[in-house]
Ligand binder design. Structure first.
Ligand code: G
Ligand code: G
Ligand code: NA
Ligand code: MN
Length: 252
């Protein structure tokens, strides 16, 4: 497959890491940004990130891809800090990353190459990814948490995690999937899933990020429902790295 053929080179010079800001729901203060990979293939155009990740998994390049995103995220965070924006940065990992104990060493090495306090880095794993091989995943997540990084369960509500398992995971945050935030739009909106997720998360001592916040009514709704942070087009679209500092300066 041609994407597989082109990925090794793209890892050198084609794949970019963009950033989508996050802010405090209560007052809009910017708190951090999520790293999102982008591959604009010269012939096929934008390759969806999940496809990039799938190709990397099939071709044994997942570790290199994840290392690349980690390094770019920490380097960008250091740039922002030098400009006076002390922010968190989050990076996505897949079930295959978390099934590999090498991930712990990779994260430790990435952090060692920077002055970033480990707690400024959040590692996001999807709810379904975390459930794929719970015992093994739990061991790696425990060791990641031991490094001092923060852990986040992405796309929460779309997978099938048992409450007992969520309670055992050393996570700090859940991200309410944007499909549930989208429902807050309509009149007579359906807030049940967001309300229930916030109650569960707070019971377990976790903070809640509302994803996919597009319009002011959704922002107000998730703030009223107790979500601590917002992310979505209503705050900012994912930005190329060179655009982040100007955006941050404008949002001081
Ligand atoms: O930003 P976008 O909508 O294109 O992302 C689509 C999906 O791809 C999201 O679920 C996101 O978490 C995932 N994704 C984006 N960047 C990365 C990455 O660097 N690693 C992994 N594993 N997933 C990513
Ligand atoms: O699964 P994950 O949360 O990592 O997905 C992030 C993806 O969601 C990215 O592809 C990003 O471009 C997309 N995204 C971010 N904000 C919004 C939004 O407000 N609305 C929609 N529809 N997609 C969004
Ligand atoms: Na994510
Ligand atoms: Mn998500």
């Amino acid at each position: 497959m041609v994407l597989a053929r082109d990925l090794p080179r793209a890892l050198e010079d084609g794949i970019e890491v963009w950033f989508q800001p996050q802010a405090r729901a209560a007052d809009g203060a910017v708190t951090g940004a999520e790293a999102l990979l982008r591959w604009e293939h010269p012939r096929y155009g934008a390759v969806p990130p999940p496809e990039v990740v799938a190709v990397a998994e099939r071709t044994g390049l997942l570790r290199r891809l994840t290392d690349r995103v980690l390094a770019a995220a920490l380097a960008a965070r250091a740039d922002w800090a030098r400009a006076g924006h002390e922010l968190d940065v989050s990076v996505n990992v897949t079930a295959a990353d978390v099934a590999d104990e090498g991930l712990v060493a990779a994260v430790a090495a990435a952090l060692a190459g920077t002055a970033t306090p480990p707690a400024r880095l959040t590692v996001e794993i999807t709810e379904s990814g975390a459930m794929e091989d719970p015992e093994r995943c739990l061991a790696v997540l425990d060791r990641l948490a031991g490094l001092g990084v923060r852990l986040s369960v992405d796309d929460f509500g779309t997978g099938h995690s048992s409450l007992a398992y969520l309670d055992r995971l050393p996570v700090h945050e859940v991200k309410v999937d944007r499909s549930f935030v989208a429902r807050l739009d309509a009149a007579g909106s359906d807030a049940t899933v967001v309300r229930t997720t916030v109650a569960l998360a707070h019971q377990l001592g976790l903070q809640v990020v509302a994803e996919g916040v597009e319009v002011p009514a959704q922002w107000r709704a998730v703030a009223d429902l107790g979500c601590e942070l917002v992310q979505g087009y209503g705050l900012a679209r994912p930005l190329p790295p060179e655009a982040v500092l100007a955006w941050l300066d404008a949002h001081r």
